[in-house]
Design a binder for this molecule. Structure first.
Ligand SMILES: [Zn+2]
Length: 62
């Protein structure tokens, strides 16, 4: 998470420790939403088999 001193919330980059996907948000709400969506995607991912994972990989690359 990165903020620019004096500007308050400026920008934050979420980087997933599991798949390495990155998402740069310009507002806190956007950041939290992106993280939530990504974690939900991983919850789904965990229930898929290897073949199905190939199909959902693009969803994680947000
Ligand atoms: Zn991830």
């Amino acid at each position: 998470m990165t903020t620019i001193p004096g500007c308050g919330w400026a920008q934050a980059t979420f980087r997933c420790g599991r798949c390495g996907a990155q998402h740069t948000a310009t507002t806190e709400a956007d950041y939290l939403k992106a993280v939530g969506v990504h974690r939900d995607a991983h919850a789904v991912w965990d229930r898929l088999n290897a073949i199905e994972r190939d199909g959902i990989a693009s969803i994680l690359a947000v």
